[in-house]
Design a protein around this ligand. Structure first.
Ligand SMILES: [Ca+2]
Length: 373
């Protein structure tokens, strides 16, 4: 038995050599595969890096194109009369509908798109607070609840501008169907996982912005317990609105076509541009539906002028609201610019706030905020 065993063992020597050869070849293959993976990875990393550098420059070029579009003189109206107002007929408003802009910014790998949004077409949420202070404690509850119907008040009390904007914001939230909601505490949707109804949401926004630390009228919730949650200053961007209790990501998306957040330091203007303001905001401001629809239709052909605005104000001004003439203007001074570059491996974004001063062709623009994504 022993002899047989040795024989078998001796006979296996050549087998070991074969096994060794297979092992060495496998090892070499693994090393080669590893090296080729590493080199492919390095190649991709360097390509992504180069693309990133290029994209940054293209994004900045896109921003310059956008600034030029905002400064461009306007096309004459349908009666061939000169136009100075900023309206949705302008090139800046239509640039997104043209599709990718690779013809303008040629020689770039990837697809470039630009979108310019007039921030002065929207209600600036900072308007709901009087110059950073708490609103005067007027007994205006009756006026507020009746202002949408505008009836049954013998002596209508004139709303302050801040109160008027509070009521407008309430109407916008109400129109979007804001109701009180509670979310599961593991969802982390907003502070306290509670969303508020239209009236309370406006009060909580007021709490966040106003300088005092007392709860605002009509459902505010600021107290000693909420220290650090309310910044007690003006909101500076739409992303910042997410910090306000009750505002979930979904609600932010819902309000962003109608609401903006530009602080006084960033050049905020309380007035809205009547040539770009959305139908929904006109309605929330108390403009009757028929007039709002006519206005939106008419301004497509020729922009609203001061003369038309004065006539409109005579038609729709109500005694307890500040005059429409004081709330509207004909040009815009704040524009959001969004530039997107879609490369082979990545998509890069730029979002900027551009402040425009003066009327074209002498208009000057200045970037007051810039973010890269
Ligand atoms: Ca406060």
């Amino acid at each position: 038995m022993i002899r047989i065993y040795i024989k078998v063992a001796r006979g296996n020597n050549s087998g070991i050599a074969l096994l060794m050869a297979v092992f060495v070849i496998s090892l070499a293959s693994i090393v080669v595969m590893g090296l080729s993976y590493q080199s492919r990875f390095d190649f991709r990393a360097s390509r992504a890096f180069a693309e990133g550098i290029q994209a940054d420059y293209v994004l900045k070029s896109g921003l310059n194109v956008a600034k030029t579009l905002i400064q461009l003189p306007k096309e004459p109206d349908q009666d061939n009369r000169p136009v100075t107002q900023d309206s949705l007929r302008d090139m800046w408003a239509r640039v997104d509908s043209l599709g990718p802009l690779n013809q303008i910014l040629s020689g770039v790998a990837g697809e470039i798109r630009i979108q310019i949004i007039d921030e002065d077409s929207k209600l600036n949420v900072n308007n709901i607070v009087t110059s950073g202070h708490a609103a005067p404690a007027n007994n205006n509850t009756n006026n507020n609840s009746n202002s949408s119907t505008g009836a049954n008040n013998n002596q209508p009390q004139q709303l302050t501008e801040a109160e008027f904007w509070q009521e407008t914001l309430r109407q916008i939230f109400f129109g979007l169907g804001f109701e009180a909601e509670s979310f599961d505490e593991n969802e982390f949707r907003t502070f306290g996982n509670k969303a508020y109804n239209a009236q309370q949401q406006v009060a909580v926004l007021h709490d966040w912005i106003d300088q005092d630390t007392k709860p605002a009228d009509d459902g505010g919730m600021e107290s000693g317990k909420t220290k650090g949650i309310f910044y007690n200053r003006q909101l500076r961007s739409m992303s910042e609105i997410l910090l306000v209790p009750g505002i979930t990501l979904e609600r932010l998306n819902q309000i962003s076509p109608f609401v903006t957040a530009v602080s006084s330091k960033q050049g905020a203007d309380k007035k809205l541009n009547i040539n770009t303001v959305p139908f929904e905001v006109l309605r929330a401001m108390g403009v009757p539906e028929t007039q709002a629809a006519e206005l939106v239709q008419e301004r497509l052909g020729k922009p609203i002028t001061q003369e038309i605005l004065n006539t409109l104000a005579q038609l729709v001004d109500t005694p307890n609201n500040p005059s429409l003439r004081r709330l509207f203007k004909l040009n815009s001074s704040n524009f959001s610019v969004i530039v997107r570059v879609k490369g082979a491996n990545s998509v890069r974004w730029l979002k900027a706030l551009v402040n425009a001063n003066g009327l074209p062709p002498q208009r000057k623009t200045k970037v007051t905020r810039i973010e890269f994504f």
